[in-house]
Design a binder for this molecule. Structure first.
Ligand SMILES: Nc1ncnc2c1ncn2[C@@H]1O[C@H](COP(=O)(O)OP(=O)(O)O)[C@@H](O)[C@H]1O
Ligand SMILES: [Mg+2]
Length: 313
């Protein structure tokens, strides 16, 4: 059989199982007859496609060669067993395993282990940080509800013994009302009992602990530091004093080399802002900032409990 490179063009159909999907136009080039909606991440290309019969929009995550491996299928199957985690929509993710989709993968070898999932129509947290209008519209009340939802979601994963292992602004999508989140990029997750992957997640710059162990973020405590940094970003970004001290092109509040350092331009503004919510929040932040290892950081349940027990305003 002829093997083809996947070179989608606008209006191209792709059959995945029974249904057909259509590649959608690029929003920035609506007049270009060829350009399709594609985003490039660190490990994959994400296409926006449409289920031809239902009209529903989907994301197709096609892994780059060095990130494409069998473990993606194992993780997708293992995660689907964790019902009660709407934040990861595990049961709505389909992995294009070669044995389940032999014809498709034979025709397009790049489709091996690709993920088909519902399209989420909202910017990621990194997208909000990068967008001056969205940043200016972000309020202190939204900050509190978003951080609370995030702490709850992360502590729920923790209670199952799971860790996302790559918590970062580009992998988190707040709902438009900032009352819920969705987590993307779940293929590197730490799941108890799964074999050690060849590449253990080291996380994303801006969220990595300075002293990671041999397993990187791929361990039960893997989200404690990155999750705390994300919560700190969410709790403080509404404050123009914080935003004024962060580079305008930054998609994180802290640069990787600033994490856990003492001389950081925005550190005082961040700490002051946390204190306005609660002295205990500042205490948690100081603990993770001064921690020597991931296991030294308080569990995410501690953050979630603080939001639940005290009605912070
Ligand atoms: N289901 C989805 N709906 C909408 N956008 C998505 C979806 N999945 C991924 N994206 C977009 O694609 C980007 C990269 O996807 P991600 O899964 O994080 O890939 P990578 O492993 O390369 O980081 C995300 O930051 C997000 O902007
Ligand atoms: Mg990602």
């Amino acid at each position: 059989m002829n093997q083809l490179r996947l070179q989608p063009f606008r209006g191209m159909f792709l059959q995945i199982g029974e249904p057909y999907f259509e590649f959608l136009p690029h929003p920035l080039f609506p007049d270009d007859a060829e350009a399709v909606f594609i985003l490039e991440g660190g490990t994959a290309f994400i296409y926006k496609i449409r289920h031809v019969d239902s009209g529903e929009q989907y994301a197709l995550k096609v892994f780059k060669r060095n990130a494409r491996n069998e473990q993606i299928a194992q993780i997708t199957t293992a995660l689907a067993r964790y019902t009660g985690l709407p934040e990861i929509q595990a049961e709505r993710r389909v992995c294009i395993a070669p044995n389940a989709y032999p014809e498709l993968v034979n025709t397009y070898p790049e489709m091996a282990y690709a993920i088909l999932m519902p399209w989420i129509n909202a910017p990621t947290w990194a997208g909000i940080l990068l967008n001056p209008q969205a940043s200016a519209a972000y309020t202190r009340e939204q900050a509190l509800s978003l951080a609370q939802a995030t702490a709850q979601a992360l502590s729920k994963l923790e209670a199952y013994g799971l860790a996302h292992a790559d918590i970062a602004g580009g992998n988190v999508v707040p709902s438009p009302d900032k009352q819920q989140i969705q987590l993307l990029d779940t293929e590197n997750m730490y799941i108890p009992g799964m074999p050690t992957p060849q590449k253990m997640s080291q996380g994303t710059p801006g969220y990595q602990h300075q002293h990671l162990g041999p397993h990187g973020h791929w361990c039960p405590e893997g989200d404690r530091f990155a999750g705390a940094i994300l919560l700190t970003e969410m709790l403080t970004w509404w404050n123009p004093r914080v935003r004024a001290r962060v580079d305008e092109d930054a998609e994180t509040v802290f640069l990787q080399e600033e994490l856990q350092a003492l001389e950081v331009p925005c550190l005082q503004a961040v700490r002051d802002t946390l204190y306005t919510f609660s002295p205990q929040l500042l205490e948690l932040f100081d603990q993770i900032w001064l921690s020597h290892t991931l296991a030294d950081c308080p569990p995410l349940s501690t953050w979630a409990a603080l939001f639940a027990e005290h009605s912070l305003t």
